[in-house]
Design a protein around this ligand. Structure first.
Ligand code: SF4
Length: 141
């Protein structure tokens, strides 16, 4: 599923795409269908089409990273070649150095219902911009 979203990444108009095959195991997972191998394989050509069809977006947001790190890193590099920022919502606590380099925005941490999402001060999740924790941007609203 794709959608254009304003609030997930601060100051960006993001084209958000659900990525299936999630390797996470969050208690209270909000999207259990994403744990399965569903939907169409995302390719560079599909990204080109999505970006062309959504004029004005300046960030491409991967909602999940699947189970093929090289594939998602390849697609992230492709997004950068298009001149867009690239963001990843990962359910993992930590990611490899290549991910820090490949993505302008990284959201880390599994979803824990008792802690709440990013806009709750009690959240365990963090959003980083080029390695800087900007989670508090969500708390001023
Ligand atoms: S990261 Fe967690 S909440 Fe998101 S789809 Fe995977 S298991 Fe569910």
């Amino acid at each position: 599923m794709t959608s254009v979203v304003m609030e997930e990444i601060p100051d960006r108009v993001s084209l958000a795409v659900d990525i299936s095959n999630c390797r996470g195991n969050c208690v209270g997972c909000h999207s259990p269908f994403l744990k399965q191998d569903v939907g169409e394989e995302l390719t560079a050509e599909i990204i080109d089409r999505l970006v062309a069809d959504n004029f004005g977006v300046n960030c491409f947001l991967f909602l999940g990273e699947g189970q093929d790190p090289q594939a998602i890193l390849f697609l992230a590099a492709h997004v950068r070649e298009l001149g867009l920022d690239v963001a990843l919502y990962s359910g993992r606590e930590e990611v490899e150095d290549e991910f820090w380099e490949a993505f302008d925005y990284l959201k880390l941490g599994p979803y824990r219902p008792e802690c709440g999402p990013l806009n709750k001060r009690t959240t365990n999740q963090r959003l980083y911009h080029h390695g800087k924790d900007i989670t508090e941007r969500f708390w001023k609203r």
